[in-house]
Design a protein. Structure first.
Length: 766
């Protein structure tokens, strides 16, 4: 009898073991069938390592959350089925994790890479991919599986507080640069979460703002960059944004997350929510929002209950869980990768120093740059002594250092005026204490933008003394911005204290016959019309990462020939931008916290923002109506000159190859970014005067050297969205291809013929 019981028990145990397979890439359906409803619900909800603020499920696993302190969250694990945690970390400019860990003497710094806007301004997809590879390596070696980036929203207004994370006002730049970053990161065996999908073009009331966008504008401007990135790089994940879009929250919009993203574009990965509390869990699951992050116990219970009472379809749960498992089996945690916690920060710093100068834009140069014989430098502007390496919020990085301009110039052999250094050092100490008194602990919280500090009021004798005792003046104007709040209209303009500094420096140094160079250390556009009169040269350095001062010095000295070009228009006046008629006006990060729901509804562009400008975004507007700008889209000077010749557009399959020969006609080596704009034949739909369809960058050309660039685009790229047909329509006829150094500097034109084509879509997102 005992023997029979033993045999029966053995058979049951064997059967149970066989019924509980361990997850592999080839048995996902089998594992899915073995999962309980509770386990399935758990897999659809994220964990965030015991941060009780969110009311999260407990997660004591030291091999998932506790080791990667400061990571944004993770997916759930099921030990019996061999499903491990995977780790999700911020953010677009590098890995955002805590630098210190309890009972651990080591420090875990990450590379502060240049901001997204600077990377895009290189117009160099190969270089951007290399930066992505380095970023992906840090994700891997710090034990993470996905980095929450890149940011791919369109710069609808120069005042969006998060523009520094984004690439451009143009969807083709956004899509092609985004795909390069994604391919670079994912080449390391880790994933990205391209964000914020979609219509998250302001930070004010971002959790509850309703973006109202017509179908054509949505398709051509705000979705096109994501579409290009999906088709060219297949991101592991996409992050649905906080906002409403034409009514529903994006996180529960099936038309957006399934019909467009999956059915039309062929997206294969998972969709995760941006980090928020419980919304409509049933609608999110049904929409195809696979992972609810950061996640809480309530959402798990809601999924279980929904499946039991029929308000959530079991087929939707199974579909989403299957996608999560398809994601899990690709991850380093699933593959058992033994991460080192020691990425090569030094090598990545060297890459940052290499990449940053290529995205800096020389806006003005009347012969003052590169600096030749001048060695004694009078350095003005508080930002010179405290450069912004990047923005704030989840896009920030715990960097080992940021090289300021003093150190960068000294490393390049310059002598910095000690008197001014002493004044600004003491003034910065005072400003920090003043900020602490006003803001308390928030003054040093890296999540919030650093408050702008007024420039010190220096006497005229200080400027005259500096001009008499130095060879050149360098003045830095800085701006910080970050997540959760937009810039004010005043932040775009040069303030009175900055204006006085610029004017007094210029007058004193010009009286002494000496040059003035202005550095713009900013994350977005500022009023350069107010800078031009007081500068012999203007270098837009953006926010160049942790090697900031060294990278700026490399351009100032001519060690690197500037080749960056603008991916956003710099208007003459902030109100020249059509979108700013429907953009939150002068609502600060702090103002929003004091507004109740009624106040938000009553304040324009807080509860709802109507994109009434339609396609009139950036250069599409300025070039079509011929409105003057301070600096046009695509603009950037060099220390050398280039000639364009032999333009040609040839048909190749369903696409086209545009060829142009670029020759360095100057006296120093340099690179040139070529933009290909297209003017369409007159058809049913009104179109912008020009639209960018491709771009390319030469290698470094020696004086007299030439290179042929081949720029490719397709018939589909030429299409506009016709809402009457609910289709992408390419008009047949003669197009004009314009090879350009900027949107206003067309060097060569050639015509080509395209055949008519219609690609039907779904009538969604009304």
């Amino acid at each position: 009898m005992n023997k029979k019981i033993f045999i029966a028990a053995t058979m049951i145990a064997t059967t149970t073991a066989m019924a509980q397979p361990k997850l592999t890439p080839s048995n996902i359906d089998q594992v899915l069938k073995q999962m309980t409803l509770q386990e399935k619900a758990t897999m659809l909800v994220g964990y965030t390592f015991g941060q009780s603020y969110w009311g999260l499920p407990s997660d004591p696993d030291p091999n998932a959350g506790a080791i990667v302190l400061g990571a944004a969250g993770n997916t759930a694990k099921i030990d019996r089925l061999g499903i491990p945690h995977t780790v999700l970390t911020d953010g677009p400019a590098g890995v955002h994790i805590s630098e210190k860990r309890p009972n651990d003497p080591n420090t875990y710094y990450c590379t502060g890479f240049p901001i997204g806007t600077l990377l895009a301004s290189t117009w160099n997809t190969e270089l951007v991919k290399r930066v992505g590879e380095a970023m992906g390596n840090e994700v891997l070696e710090y034990g993470c599986d996905v980095i929450l980036g890149p940011g791919m929203n369109i710069m609808r207004s120069p005042l969006c507080g998060r523009n520094f994370e984004y690439f451009s006002e143009d969807p083709f730049v956004t899509g092609l640069i985004g795909a390069a970053v994604i391919n670079g990161i994912q080449s390391q065996g880790v994933g990205v979460s391209a964000k914020h999908f979609a219509g998250n073009n302001q930070e004010t009331n971002r959790l509850h703002n309703n973006s109202v966008v017509d179908q054509r504008t949505l398709r051509e401007i705000y979705l096109k960059g994501f579409e290009i990135a999906v088709r060219k790089s297949q991101p592991w994940t996409i992050m649905s944004s906080y906002n409403y879009l034409n009514g529903p929250w994006t996180q529960e919009n099936k038309e957006l997350l399934t019909t467009i993203l999956r059915d039309e574009w062929g997206f294969k990965g998972i969709v995760m929510t941006d980090w928020t509390n419980t919304r409509h869990t049933d609608r999110q699951v049904a929409a195809g929002n696979d992972l609810l992050t950061p996640g809480n116990a309530e959402q798990i219970a809601q999924i279980v209950k929904g499946a039991q009472d029929g308000t959530i379809k079991m087929e939707d749960i199974d579909r989403n869980v299957r996608r999560i498992l398809e994601y899990v089996v690709k991850t380093p945690h699933f593959k058992g990768y033994k991460y080192s916690n020691k990425p090569d920060i030094q090598a990545h710093a060297a890459l940052t120093r290499e990449a940053a100068p290529e995205g800096m834009v020389l806006l003005k140069n009347e012969g003052s740059l590169p600096i030749k014989s001048e060695k004694r430098v009078a350095l003005f502007g508080i930002t010179s002594y405290n450069l912004y390496g990047g923005g704030t919020g989840s896009g920030d990085v715990n960097k080992p250092y940021v090289i300021d301009l003093v150190k960068g110039l000294e490393n390049a052999g310059f002598v910095i005026n000690d008197t001014l250094r002493g004044v600004y050092t003491k003034y910065n100490e005072f400003a920090a204490l003043e900020a602490e008194a006003e803001m308390g602990p928030l003054s040093t919280n890296s999540f919030f933008p650093r408050p702008r500090v007024k420039e010190p009021q220096l006497g005229l004798n200080t400027y005259m003394f500096a001009a008499a005792n130095n060879d050149i003046a360098i003045v830095t104007v800085g701006r910080s911005s970050g997540e959760g709040g937009d810039r004010t209209f005043a932040d775009f303009d040069i303030n009175d204290d900055e204006q006085a500094m610029l004017m007094n420096t210029y007058e004193a140094f010009h009286k002494a016959g000496k040059p003035v160079v202005v550095i713009l250390n900013v994350g977005g556009a500022v009023n350069t019309e107010e800078v031009k009169p007081y500068a012999d040269a203007i270098l837009l350095a953006w926010q160049p990462g942790m090697e900031a001062g060294n990278s700026i010095a490399d351009v100032l000295t001519g060690k690197v020939n500037p080749s960056g070009k603008l991916t956003v228009t710099f208007p003459c006046n902030i109100d020249d931008v059509p979108a700013n008629k429907n953009f939150p006006r002068d609502i600060t990060f702090w103002d929003e916290f004091t507004m109740d729901d009624e106040a938000k509804k009553a304040t324009p562009n807080v509860a709802e923002t109507r994109y009434e400008e339609g396609l009139n975004v950036g250069y599409r507007y300025f070039q079509t109506v011929q409105k003057p700008v301070s600096y046009p889209f695509g603009y950037g000077l060099s220390y050398t000159t280039f000639e364009y010749s032999k333009p040609k557009v040839s048909k190749k399959g369903k696409g086209y190859v545009a060829a142009i020969t670029v020759k360095n006609t100057g006296s120093v080596a340099g690179k040139e970014a070529v933009q290909l704009y297209v003017t369409a034949p007159k058809g049913k739909l009104q179109k912008p005067a020009i639209e960018l369809k491709a771009f390319g960058k030469t290698r470094e050309l020696k004086p007299g050297e030439s290179q042929q660039l081949l720029l490719t685009f397709t018939n589909y790229d030429l299409a506009s969205y016709d809402t009457d047909q609910q289709a992408w329509v390419t008009d047949g006829g003669e197009y004009t291809a314009k090879f350009a150094a900027s949107a206003e500097d067309i060097r060569q034109t050639v015509t080509f013929k395209a055949s008519a084509e219609t690609v039907k879509c779904h009538d969604v997102m009304r």
